[in-house]
Design a binder for this molecule. Sequence first.
Ligand code: HEM
Length: 438
Amino acid sequence: MDLLPISDVSESAGRGRYRRDVSEQPCPASAPTLFTWEFATDPYPAYAWLREHAPVHRTTLPSGVEAWLVTRYADARQTLADNRLSKNPQRHSESAHARGKVGIPGEQRADLMTHLLNIDPPDHTRLRRLVSKAFTPRRVAAFAPRVRELTDDLIDAFAARGEADLIHEFAFPLPIYAICDLLGVPREDQDDFRDWAGTMIRHGGGPRGGVARAVKRIRAYLAELIHRKRAALGDDLISDLIRASDHGDHLTENEAAAMAFILLFAGFETTVNLIGNGLYALLRNPGQRARLQRHLEEAEEGDEGLLATGVEELLRYDGPVEMATWRFATEPVTIGGQHIAEGEPVLVVLAAADRDPERFADPDVLDLSRTDNQHLGYGHGIHYCLGAPLARLEARTALATLLRRIPDLQLAAEPDDLRWRGGLIMRGLRTLPVTWGK
Ligand code: HEM
């Protein structure tokens, strides 16, 4: 399957608004095959077909689990906020969860089940309120200088070389060191985290044994760290999670460990992929990239302008979370005219919804200045991403710093030769080779 012809807004003509017109894309004539390597490389033509012909589509996932895929924007937004759909895997009609086919590998064995993405109100309301007291926008804003320092250190390590793999040397280490610093993991232990996170990301779509072992190690480490911090609270997020209280209510040690784990898990690969997919999209859209670089040269300190709208557009255009996490019908429901029985799993395909021509003008065009851009890249409803301010900070800092310091970056591989990781939920490149100064 060919890659989508990725066009630049400056090169596109005759752009209408809010049309269901898929004629500009190579939309397959018949039902597409999902979950192949070709699909992973470019799932958008298949999603265009589903939106048009089977907007709520029952499929068998590579794990053998049957699930409904929701692909239109309006249905997706409604489904994400529908309280008849539970996040609790025990509501699944099959025992797939017990067989380790649903959810984060290893979370069950490591006793990390009770985290925000697996629970419903009132438990979710209680835990989210407590964590929101610790993980505040103020804490994230105060973290900005450290993110800049981390970004510069990573670029220093390869800047003189003239070539790099931007996934392994840049997009991958930045979020892991950032979240470790924020949580309060001592610097001398952060390379262990880097290794465990590397196992999670390398094997995320493959054999689950290695990931389960890494999750178990992270769990054991966090339990020990929380125990130590309880004795000597510091100025870090784990200490604040321990301190956080709401009308006398506190997180238990188990809840604090599950919370630290989900912050790490939800905040790591997502951000790797936002930086990776974002840089790739910029490298393939020279007109948009030149606009952003001009903005970065001319903008006053603190004027984020095109950088801010641009990062949102990169999230919409090729975001890191291809599908939202599992949801299960707690009663018979109808979505987009399709009947779904109690206990059946539903996956909202954010990547498909965010390219819906009913919602976005010229959805397949990257337009960094797009303002009418209520994308679903961070989800919607009560499970809306808790880490969005941190993700924005990291992505803006990473893209701006790299493009300022190495303005002549060039992609050093043919797009067809790049490989995407095959996971279900996340969408991201395995490598992103670049050169400069040549
Ligand atoms: C570009 C980066 C990110 C993207 C695209 C992203 C996306 C998302 C999405 C789509 C959801 C909702 C999932 C669902 O409803 O099934 C979510 C939830 C969540 N995210 Fe993020 N995320 C990012 C970064 C982060 C970071 C940096 C953190 C924290 C350090 C974080 C923490 C969370 C948490 C804790 C939840 C669960 C919230 C809840 O259930 O109440 N995320 N994220």
